[in-house]
Design a protein around this ligand. Structure first.
Ligand SMILES: NC(=O)c1ccc[n+]([C@@H]2O[C@H](COP(=O)([O-])OP(=O)(O)OC[C@H]3O[C@@H](n4cnc5c(N)ncnc54)[C@H](O)[C@@H]3O)[C@@H](O)[C@H]2O)c1
Length: 285
């Protein structure tokens, strides 16, 4: 008797920028051998989707429930999940490319509730967070004392809001390396929704610290025009100078002005393949 071929999971992509293009192209070219296939791509205001067959253009998110999609991947902007996340979780798993959306307590509660009710998984990808699993394990074991994430990028790579944007303008004028923000992560997320998603993944990996306890540092540095640097400092519990300390520095080549570094595209692909349906919960992937 022939072995039954497992069904391919149908994946919908929200957003067609660097990550959306990469994931959609991977799904179309090598998806089925990996057990995944492209269900649709959606962009705001029906933006151009070169390379995507017209029958896979989703014009309106209202139509999502009729696509038979198993997993929706948001790679656009946190506001997309804020607006449509609950509805999506009624029908499919959801992978959050922009987990800064979870810094808003009301939104986090709504999304967690929707995952639980719908029996679908809310996935948060590791993204550019090196050592994500180790941080999560320490948190589970109660041995994590502190976590700081510093992100350094060229000024052109930032998409900032409010007073942080004004700070960036001043930093550009100064021409040198400037610390734009240092402090708890939560207030930073709405000011840099597209730039600190790696930090947001850290807050999900370490719920004992969360968005209020994870320390964030954002640096504009024109001397790194072609890479994104993520420095992570982990401090374990312990006394008399015997606490575990881990520091890592990830230098990821990036096109000038891009919000996503090159290696992170592959991290997202691996995360997407790990989204096999874990039931109604929040899961790192
Ligand atoms: N978790 C992580 O570590 C990590 C790493 C890299 C990128 N990201 C996030 O993934 C997302 C996509 O990254 P990217 O490099 O593809 O970005 P990009 O700028 O290349 O593309 C974003 C796409 O989303 C669309 N978009 C922007 N604002 C929108 C809005 N308000 N509503 C609907 N669509 C909107 C754009 O038109 C574009 O198609 C960003 O939010 C980024 O911050 C997360």
């Amino acid at each position: 008797m022939e072995a039954e071929t497992p069904k391919c999971r149908r994946v919908g992509i929200l957003g067609y920028g660097r990550l959306g293009r990469f994931l959609a192209s991977q799904l179309l070219s090598v998806g089925p051998p990996h057990g995944v296939t492209l269900a649709f791509v959606w962009t705001r205001r029906g933006g151009p989707m070169d390379g995507i067959p017209p029958e896979l253009h989703l014009k309106d998110l209202e139509g999502l429930q009729h696509t038979g999609v198993d997993l929706v991947v948001e790679v656009a902007h946190p506001c997309v999940t804020q607006e449509h996340g609950e509805e999506i979780l009624q029908h499919a798993d959801l992978m959050l490319g922009s987990p800064t959306v979870l810094a808003d307590p009301d939104t986090e509660q709504r999304l967690r509730g929707a995952a639980l009710r719908g029996g679908h998984t809310l996935y948060v990808p590791h993204g550019a967070l090196w050592g994500c699993d180790d941080i999560q394990r320490m948190d589970h074991n109660g041995t994590l004392a502190a976590l700081k994430v510093t992100m350094t990028k060229a000024p052109e790579s930032f998409r900032l809001q409010g007073w942080l944007q004004e700070r960036l303008v001043a930093a550009v004028a100064s021409g040198g390396r400037v610390v734009l923000y240092e402090g708890p992560l939560r207030p930073l997320c709405p000011l840099a929704p597209n730039n600190v998603n790696t930090m947001a993944a850290a807050a999900v990996a370490a719920p004992s610290l969360g968005f209020d306890g994870v320390q964030a540092c954002l640096v504009a540095d024109p001397s790194v025009p072609d890479c994104h640097v993520v420095d992570i400092e982990v401090l374990g519990r312990g006394s008399c100078g015997r606490a575990l300390r881990v520091t890592s520095s990830r230098r990821n080549p990036a096109t000038t002005g891009a919000v996503t570094g090159d290696a992170t595209k592959w991290s997202f692909w691996s995360s997407m393949l790990a989204c096999r349906g874990h039931g109604g919960c929040v899961q790192l992937c």
